[in-house]
Design a binder for this molecule. Sequence first.
Ligand SMILES: Cc1ncc(COP(=O)(O)O)c(C=O)c1O
Length: 467
Amino acid sequence: MNSLQSFLAVAPVAASGAGSGARLAPSSRRARARVSACLATPPPPPPPPPTAAAAARRELSAASLAVVEDEARYLVGTYNRSRVVIDGGRGCKLYDLDGREYLDMASGIAVTALGHADPDVTATLARQSATLIHASNVQYTRPQVALAKRLVEASFADRAFFANSGTEANEAAIKFSRKFQRVAHPDTDAPPAEFLAFSNCFHGRTMGSVALTSKSQYREPFAPVMPGGTFVEYGDLHESKKVIQSGKLAAVFVEPVQGEGGIHSATQEFLQGLREACDEAGALLVFDEVQCGLGRTGYLWAHEAYGVAPDIMTLAKPLANGLPIGAVLVKEKVAAAISYGDHGTTFGGNPLVCQAALTVLDKIQKPGFLAEVSKKGENFKQLLRTKLSGNPHVKEVRGVGLIVGIELDVPAGPLVDACLDAGVIMLTAGKGNVVRLVPPLIISEKELQHAADVIRDCLPALDVATS
Ligand SMILES: Cc1ncc(COP(=O)(O)O)c(C=O)c1O
């Protein structure tokens, strides 16, 4: 299917941001109207008007409709989903229940770094599930210990703790930071217990992580969340230093590259300055690499590009290529403050997930893999700048490696809808005005070229939405 053919296929509706739950999407009817109008928009490029057959192709089959209706009937309404029932995947392609094919430029939400149905991950899961899926953390298992060793040997860290998600990894990092400060300040009942985080940051949705997540609409409906969080503009070292020097902070939480917040990269000066200020004040520095870590930037760890190491790093999304996992990597001084029983989890570090993660690391750490990610990311950004240049809505194409953002001067939803109709799955980010592109790291140059072509072809959807 070429981009024009696929533009005419498929069901509408916006993709939402990283687990944002924000109700961004229009109704399917509105989205369809928007696409029809988009097709009637003058060039460039001039897509033909929709035919009755094309309109019919956008309708859901009875089987898909049944899923959509049962979801509406039986699930808590936390997600405003696209009206697409994903039923299978291979490589960078996804297939819906009605047989339509999509190019996956989202990887779930920056999760499936090795694409779908990776044969090595599949073989690992088959082998390990026939051997041992679960054992409690009351005993040892080989995959968990092997994964900890592997992560420690590949990073700044001395020890690892395993959880089940990004928010859980950050929750553990919050507890570890507070316990570290309690042990470091034995003579007081009120050791430093506060936290600094930044504008546009996203650290998760549990009561601690959400307290350090900047968007107030994620926090306010659930107040009171964990107290003691302060937010400063991302990149404002001067203000950050003032807060850190108060001596009240347990830790500073920062994403070296912000994903959900709109694809913003820190500067070297900012991260280095935070490092120095934390060292002076005795606060810990936590890098949240849940979205930007594990090869996404073309470096195994996003912070490697800056030459600044944290005391704690949190990981999750791609670590087991889609199986639930979170990891907290810590320096020895942090681990030394944690005693038996301070923290734990039933499922964290189970053998199935850890063995999958070892397979993911085998592939991401293969010589040349990360260099390819960097090269493809650079070429893709260049391609987008060339193909989208001249469109008045496109303000900037930015990012590093294969975490790329297109900032618009209007909401990105209509473009994301139109691309979905054209068979390319993308995400929004920022204040809804950024297209977020986080494809599987194995994506080919040809597939990236196709994505860029489709995005260019769908840009008129922005004019229709604003007219
Ligand atoms: C940087 C960052 N931290 C934490 C999280 C939360 O991860 P999870 O949804 O697995 O809890 C996310 C999710 O998007 C994220 O992007």
